[in-house]
Structures are given as structure tokens and as C-alpha cells.
Design a protein around this ligand. Structure first.
Ligand code: ITT
Length: 195
């Protein structure tokens, strides 16, 4: 029961492993297959990019492949940065550059209008077919960064019903309520039904 995680993002791999490994699933990542190339994420949707990544890795390795495409969708920005979340401030930028741009774009937006959601689409491709699973976590974008755990936009995202940002929660707490945690839970429930 080996699954290849079709991701090059070490922070995502860490979160995915910590949720899936305890469930008895053996995981490899694209780092175990040096011949794999980086997949260009040029689809207009999270679903499209997630499937593109998992299909490529499945084709090259012949092993069941699981990918994750995630976007931060801000209501006041009509869903931006969305599918462009990794390169919001430009190509080859840091998490900090993207967060700075987000805070800048929202600088005039009052707190009650700063609602947003993280949305993850997980794609699973095997001999039998291709499947996607979605997870959403709603919250608000704060005016400043808080906390040092997690990654990406975590320091400015405060999930609904919590006082802390994702960067102030430990990994286990984040996984329990996060977009990624929910998508993986759906995937796992489906996987169990198949056996
Ligand atoms: P792979 O395609 O190799 O998996 P990536 O970093 O390109 O990695 P995405 O396009 O899905 O992956 O990433 C979108 C960006 O959204 C990511 O670079 C982070 O800045 C941000 N992001 C994703 N998940 C996040 C999370 O749980 N918390 C905070 N920010 C997150």
C-alpha cells in the first residue's frame, strides 16, 4: 500500500504525512523519484492543477498518486489569490512576499469584510481511475501576522470559532480543522470504503 505524494512543497508533505502515516499508509514523495520533473500549474482551477500533478506522477511511477492544490480565497478580492496563491506577488517569491502583498491589498478593508477561506483539492490517481476530494476552512484575514508555526499565509489567517491564527495552533490542531485535514479525511473515508 504505497502512495506517492505528488508535491514538491515540503511544508505540505509534512502535513500530509502527519495525517496519513498514522493510518497505515506508506508514503513516498516526489523527492524519492529524482527523475520526476516539476509540473507547470497552468490550469484555471485547483481541481485542474491537482489532477494534472497526480496524473503526471502516476504516469511516470505507475504507483497510486496523491496531490494537493490549495488556494486562499478572499471574499473582498473576489476569490483572489485563489489558484495563484503560491505566486501572488510574482514568480519565485517567498511566503513573506505573498503575505505582504495580501495585507497591502486589504489595507483599506475593515475587519468585518475580511472573510476568506482556504480550499484544498486533493486528487488521487490509480489504475482504477481519478478522484478528487475537497476541504474548506473559513476564517478571516487579520491586519498583522501572529504566530510562527505552519507556513504560507498561516500567520494572517484566523479560522472561525478560534482566537488563534493557524500559525499559533500546533500542527495537530491545525490538521483537525484545516482545509487540507478535511480533504484528506474525505479521501481516507473513501479509501476505507473501497477495501
Ligand atoms: P506543490 O504544487 O508542489 O504541491 P505549491 O506550493 O506549488 O506546491 P499550491 O499551488 O497548492 O502548492 O500552493 C499554494 C500556496 O498557498 C502555497 O505556496 C502557500 O503559500 C499557500 N498555502 C497552501 N496551503 C497552505 C496552508 O495550509 N496554510 C497557509 N498557506 C498555505
Amino acid at each position: 500500500d504505497t502512495i506517492v505524494l505528488a508535491s514538491a512543497n515540503k511544508d505540505k508533505i509534512k502535513e500530509l504525512c502527519s495525517t496519513l502515516a498514522p493510518l497505515g499508509i506508506t508514503l513516498k514523495s516526489t523527492y524519492d523519484f529524482p527523475e520526476l520533473e516539476e509540473v507547470i500549474e497552468d490550469k484555471p482551477t485547483l481541481e485542474g492543477n491537482a489532477l494534472k500533478k497526480a496524473k503526471y506522477v502516476y504516469r511516470e511511477t505507475g504507483l497510486p498518486s496523491l496531490s494537493d492544490d490549495t488556494g486562499l480565497e478572499v471574499d473582498a478580492l473576489d476569490g483572489a489569490p485563489g489558484v495563484y496563491s503560491a505566486r501572488y506577488a510574482g514568480d519565485s517569491v517567498t511566503y513573506q512576499d505573498n503575505t505582504d502583498k495580501l495585507l497591502d491589498e486589504l489595507s483599506e478593508v475593515p475587519s468585518e469584510e475580511r472573510k476568506a477561506q482556504f480550499r484544498t483539492v486533493v486528487a488521487f490517481v490509480t489504475d482504477e481511475g481519478q478522484y478528487t476530494f475537497e476541504g474548506i476552512c473559513r476564517g478571516v484575514i487579520l491586519n498583522e501576522e501572529r504566530g510562527s508555526q505552519g507556513f504560507g499565509y498561516d500567520p494572517v489567517f484566523k479560522p472561525d470559532d478560534y482566537e488563534q491564527t493557524f500559525a499559533e495552533l500546533d500542527a495537530e490542531e491545525k490538521n483537525k480543522i484545516s482545509h487540507r485535514g478535511k480533504a484528506i479525511q474525505k479521501f481516507y473515508d473513501w479509501l476505507k470504503e473501497q477495501s
